[in-house]
Write a protein that binds this ligand. Structure first.
Ligand code: GUN
Length: 292
């Protein structure tokens, strides 16, 4: 089907672009971008994400610093590691993998990261910048979605965009970015009345609710672009587990003009955008132009 947006290929291209710029930065300015990833505890999904981030960071020619701390780490101990990373000139990006254990306040930790090194774009200063349209660091998943939408549709001006989900990590920043692209933006959520009717208005439908296959083909306006941010593990009939999005792909793909699959859609773009953000910040912190 030619309406499928191949996120895996798109992410591979972006990583190759980042790698080429990292090589130029190294040869022209002797700067090697560095990304520090902090994992507290043993959450299995987080361990997989952190391993993939480290691997792709190295493959792109950057330095990867992994800090694995026990589940019992106190907030003070984590804060003092962040102080060290904030002060380390070889570190240009700091990512604290979420969720954190209960004894640690997530917001306090995130806001302790230097805003210039907050490559997740979760620091209040970056959240505020995005909200008022000032340059800052944009959260990776919504940034990846916008890159794919621009590539698939070109100018997004005037389009009616419906975002399903209002999380701080995806829904809210996604809405801000779509607004910057001059879309008419509607944010919907679990309390929205007649959600199907609202979704049917969308030229761009972004699903980020975390409910497996909630959005069906008859919720999609013919020709609309559908971006599925969901990653849900469900048990299939054969007893095996299967990854599905928030959109029922089989029915939605028959109606949509463009659609991202799960897996292989938005997912691979998140880490590629993290590497992109790290390169941008390495240049900014060192006061050099990002290589062309
Ligand atoms: N846990 C799940 N997604 C993310 C993310 O994008 N950033 C961080 N830091 N933790 C996460």
């Amino acid at each position: 089907m030619d309406n499928i947006i191949d996120g895996k290929a798109f992410a591979a291209n972006l990583r190759a672009e980042v790698a080429a710029k990292v090589a130029t930065l190294k040869s022209q300015h002797s700067i090697v971008p560095g990304l520090a990833v902090v994992l507290v505890g043993e959450d299995p999904a987080s361990q997989v994400y952190v391993r993939n981030k480290g691997k792709q960071t190295v493959e792109t020619g950057m330095q990867s610093f992994e800090h694995k701390l026990p589940d019992t780490t106190s907030q003070d101990e984590l804060m003092s590691l962040i102080d060290t990373l904030n002060a380390d000139d070889s570190v240009h990006g700091i990512l604290v993998q979420l969720p954190l254990p209960k004894q640690i306040q997530e917001a306090a930790v995130i806001n302790h990261i230097s805003p210039e090194k907050d490559v997740d774009g979760f620091h209040l200063s970056n959240v505020g910048r995005l909200a008022i349209g000032e340059p800052g660091i944009v959260p990776c998943t919504p940034l990846g979605c916008i890159m794919m939408l621009r590539d698939a549709l070109g100018d997004l001006s005037g389009m009616h965009a419906v975002v399903v989900g209002r999380s701080n990590i995806v829904g809210k920043p996604m809405a801000s970015l779509l607004l910057q692209e001059n879309c008419t933006v509607e944010i919907t959520h679990s309390r929205t009345r007649n959600l199907q009717e609202e979704c049917l208005r969308a030229d761009i439908l972004v699903a980020a609710v975390g409910r497996p296959e909630m959005i069906k083909g008859d919720w999609v306006k013919p020709g609309a672009a559908v971006i599925d941010v969901g990653i849900n593990r469900i048990e299939a009939e054969d007893g095996k587990t299967r990854l599905v999005g928030d959109v029922e792909f089989s029915s939605a793909a028959k109606v949509a003009g463009k659609i991202t699959p799960v897996p292989g859609g938005v997912g691979p773009m998140t880490i590629a955008c993290l590497l992109h953000n790290t390169l941008q910040q390495a240049c900014k912190i060192n006061n050099v132009e990002v290589p062309a």
